[in-house]
Design a protein around this ligand. Sequence first.
Ligand code: FMN
Ligand code: FE2
Ligand code: FE2
Length: 399
Amino acid sequence: MHCVRKVNESLTWVGADDRKIHIFEGIYPLKRGMSYNSYLLKDEKTVLLDTVDKACLETFLENVEFALAGRKLDYVIVHHMEPDHSSTLKTLLDYHKEATIVCNQKILNMIHQFFGKDLDAKVHLVNEGDTLNVGEHTFTFVNAPMVHWPEVMMSYEMKDKILFSADAFGTFGALNGHLFNDEVDFFNDYLDEARRYYTNIVGKYGPQVQAVLKKASGLDIKLICPLHGFVWRNDFAKIIEKYNLWSTYTPEEKGVLIAYSSVYGHTENAMNILACQLVKRGVKVDVYDLSLTDVSVVVSNAFKYSHIVLGSTTYNMGIFLLMHNLLHDLQAHNLSSRTIAIVENGSWAPQAGKLMKEEVNKMKNMTILEEDVTIKSSVDEDSYLKLIALADAIKKSLE
Ligand SMILES: Cc1cc2nc3c(=O)[nH]c(=O)nc-3n(C[C@H](O)[C@H](O)[C@H](O)COP(=O)(O)O)c2cc1C
Ligand SMILES: [Fe+2]
Ligand SMILES: [Fe+2]
């Protein structure tokens, strides 16, 4: 049975929730599912904006048929060819052989790669700035390369002033019946997952996100319809402000992310001591054990906070693998402009500190505090004092 919601008089959400999905894009754990948004506009012509993941095929087809209410489908605008939005495109077109695909050349190239050339007769190519009139409504197209793949475009509907923003402004998590951002307490309940989604998926491409935000700033926008998560109908400034911070690698908060790897708990003990000392000094602190917390959560918090403490045991003359993985992940997402503190542990030849510094130095505009700490197996009088000195140094650099 169909499950649709009206966005406005002419636009209907025909997407779907997938609560059974536990891993998104093969790597990101999801606790509360994922939504795939698709929208149907009914005017003189009917227009479907994107499709959904194949896991939701049945619901999606039912939704489209219900919303069409017997009309034929004239256009399918494809903004992004990643399969979470396009793997049902071919099946949809099997049911709607009359429909014309509207996309740019790069999208068409990917349609060929995913589906072959069978669909070619039904393609209407558009470039940036082109318009498509479908009655009272007119779309104009804006390329958004690398937000999140190179072919991505967004579209803007001029009558109702809607930005169809592709992956931008999305979040992890199912919609659970909600459609609009103000039907949930977004900034309390969903911001962490929206940040984890943005930073891990698009975080690497800050300059490209900035370029699109600049293009969009010239538009009068009443609604933002992303491909995941809620339709935005207010609080634009608040979410755009977050995107501005994330895409310029500017911390949201002055505070300290402590991320550590510890085999037997001695490095963990040092991190606990440091956390207590920082909190006593009035510093905001967030602590993660890399063995327990998925790295995507830690990456997300590295974007959030101004300071990062990295604590690692030395492991076969190297950095503990999970810490190494975190550093690699931060590099891969272009994290920059953070203040870093280093705590290492080793029982015979501590090495992790030096190696972590080398990894941090591969990132742009990082400041490494001089007050690093070496622990020989367990925290002793000397390393305890060094942890206190580090807490003082962090406090000072936050001022
Ligand atoms: C598999 C393994 C490899 C290790 N390799 C080194 C090493 O190369 N150099 C060193 O100084 N200590 C090495 N250690 C010792 C740890 O750094 C040391 O036990 C430290 O106290 C662990 O801190 P933790 O209690 O936080 O795990 C190794 C420990 C393990 C378990
Ligand atoms: Fe994507
Ligand atoms: Fe997506």
